[in-house]
Every structure is written in structure tokens, then in C-alpha cells.
Design a binder for this molecule. Sequence first.
Ligand code: NAD
Length: 445
Amino acid sequence: MRVSVIGTGYVGLVSGACLAEKGHQVICVDRDADKVQMVRDGVSPIYETGLEELLTRNIGNRLTASTDLERAVLTTDLSLIAVGTPFDGSAIDVSYIKGAAEDIGKALAKKDGFHTVVVKSTVVPGTTDEVVAPILASRSGKALHDGFGVAMNPEFLREGAAVSDFMAPDRIVYGASDERTLRVLDELYAVFPGVDKIRTSARTAEMIKYTANSLLATLISFSNEMGNLCTALGDVDVTEVMAGVHLDHRLSPILEGGRRVTPAITTYLEAGCGFGGSCFPKDVQALIAHGDKAGYPMKLLQSVIEINRKQPARLMQLLRKHMPELKEKRVAVLGLAFKPGTDDMRESPAIPLLEGLHGAQADIVAFDPVATHEAKKVFSGMAVTYAATLDAAVKDADAVILVTSWPQFQRVPKLLDKAAEGVVVIDGRRMLDKHSIPRYDGIGL
Ligand code: NAD
């Protein structure tokens, strides 16, 4: 199929590159000419494992990039909208969605034949049918179901594993109000045989995405609340508590023959310094706001956000417990992006942490294997030394705070072997053996 992807960010670029790899003819469109040029050159504007290989293999062949949205719409059968949907503090901001729909609608006015428009961005229930479809109709002068079709197709990829998630999805969900449009989506995703597919309404597809993200965010805040209680009670470690919880056969089933399966869901049932990224915080807040509008205040999700907002501050509290005066103390912060495998700094717990350390006049040394260039933009006004290696970051540190669970941070106890006994280690992800470091502390300990 000939596919145009409007918005070449995390979701748009990964979707475009993967659909090209699967055999579709794809044009990735973005307003940002620099981004488009990078993609044309086979250079990924974001760090994502396997993405650059896909770009180099497909660019100029089944994959092209352009700033010309009109031409992209005119020369393709289907357009995926993958623009941002930030939370503006009181509701979801659909201005980029509206902008993309207006541009696509204007292009459709010049097009003969049916075109399918698919919202891939995360939008609150009702947006596709009540916002996108009317804009397309008014700008194109065409009738829904006759001149064009509209569908919603949420994306479930995880940053850090985006290419493998897209190429081997656990489910594909798409919703539309007419059979013709659903059949176009059947064809688009026929290249994923054997994958569970849900064909539904656009409204249900929109709600599935929010419900899935809200559940995962709730599990994280639940685990953090238990961890914080363990700390308050004393003499009980949340990691041992959660290990006992994980062994519930409904979380970790026992197969015939006695072998136990440990599903990935258990990784959301571990205490840490909180969730961040471009999705969970904004999506949960957008759903709360949407619930308020619908006359249903969502108390549980409000608490999920509140617990998460306070969680990064626990790292500072733990550090101050061991080191009340931080002025000119060398503090190594390990991990800056919101999770390993990505350079995405959006809503990272490292942001409030570095602000706190800066306020306390600590001497901050930061290290992240891939996010340094993004972090430099975020902390531009702050005195931060960026270490080139983990070893350099930890060297001569008075304290080490672990924020992101990069596997190589397991080396920290070994590196500290050579250092003075007095180094304080605050483990924000509870990934190190607490007995391996003399002055160890962590969330939920
Ligand atoms: P992003 O900010 O990385 O990318 C959006 C891109 O759209 C930008 O490059 C911007 O320049 C471009 N753009 C905006 N308006 C445009 C227009 N009218 N024409 C052409 N280009 C335009 O966003 P993202 O992280 O890829 O997220 C996109 C959507 O997907 C959001 O709704 C998000 O919630 C959802 N989502 C994101 C993820 C994720 O892991 N990032 C996962 C699932 C779903």
C-alpha cells in the first residue's frame, strides 16, 4: 500500500520505517525540514535500537521523507497522523491534530478517489469522530464514508524497544465507523499475520489506549506507595515484599511441569523513583481532565499522578539523610533519560533531581550512555559536568544516585571497590545488591 505518515517523531518515524520494512511504500512527512533531511540521509533524529539500520535499508527505496504534505496525500492511499498530543495543564492539546487534519483536508480537496485518514496519535475518546472527521469534511468538501474514511489506530510501542515492539506487536487495534475503512486497515496490517487484531469503533480504540497506559501507571504508583510505606515502617524492604507478591500464580503462572513464567507486567510492580516519558504522565492527566468534563472525577488516577509527582524528591530526601550538607559535594547522577534504551528526557525524574542538587549547590556530574546531548538542552542554564563514561562519573564522587536502570550500572559496586568506603549510593531503581555497598540506600528500603 502507499502510505503517508504525518509527523516524523518517535511514533511516526518508527511506524514509517517499520511499515516500509514490511513492504509498504511510505512517505514520512514533517514540518521540521532538518528532521526530514536527516531521515533522507539515513540518520535517525532519535536514539532507538535498530532504527538507523531500518532507515539505511529502506530510504530512497520503499521509504522517502518530505515536508510536502499535500503531495504525500495526493500520491498515497492512506495517511497516518502521528503528531504530538501534549497535555496543556487543563486538557489534551489537539492543536497539532487539528493542524494536520486541516492540511490533509485541503489536499483531499484536490484528490480524486477515496483516501483513508488514520489517527495514530493518542487522543481522548471522541476526537477522531468529533474533531478530525468534521475538519476533513469541511476542508475537503467531501463526505465522510464517500470521499474519505477515518479510523483510529493507537500505538503501543515502548520507547527503547520501539522497533521490536512495532515489528512484533502484541496486538493491533483499529476502530472506524464503516466497513470500507476497516477493510483498508485490514489490508495495511495484513503484513502482520498471526497477530491478535481488534476491529472496533474509533471511540473504543481511543479508550483502549488510555486504559492500557493508566493501568501501567497505576501499577507503578501502587508499587511506589508500598515502597514509601516500607520506608516509613522500617525494617522491611519493598524488593523482598514485591518478590513475594510476584510469585502469586496469577502474576507469575506455573506451567504444567512446574516451570514458572515471569511476565513483564511484574516489572511494573517494582518500586522506583517514578515514571516519566512522553506518555504516562500526559495521558493519565488528559484522561483525568476528560473524566472531569464527562462528570466523572477519577480519584484513583489523581492519586497515581500525585504519588508520581512526589517520587523523585525521595531521592533527595534519602541523600540528605546520609549527607545533610551538599554544598560542593560531588554527586554522580547515573541515567538522565526517563528510562534505559532511549535519549528521551521528557518528564524524566532526573529533571527535578538535578534541579534539587543544583539548588543545594552540589557539584553535579551526570552520565547517561545515550541521552547527554538531549540533557544538555534541558539543563542548559545549570552547571553540570557530563562524564563520558560510567567510570569517570563515579570517580571521586562523594555520592552516587542511580536514576535509570541501564544494565551497565550493575558495575557500580565493582567500581566503588576501588574508592573510599564513604561513598553514599542512592539506588532509585533498586537494581543493585544492597549488601554490595557499605553506604547503600534506596527507594522502599
Ligand atoms: P513527537 O513530538 O516526537 O513527534 C511529532 C512530530 O510531528 C514532530 O516531529 C512535529 O514536527 C511533527 N508535526 C506536528 N504537526 C505537524 C504537521 N501538521 N505536519 C507535519 N508534521 C507535524 O511525538 P511522538 O512522541 O512521536 O508522539 C506522537 C503521538 O503518539 C502522541 O499522541 C503520543 O502520545 C503517541 N504515542 C507516543 C509514544 C511514544 O513512545 N513516544 C507511544 C505511543 C503513542
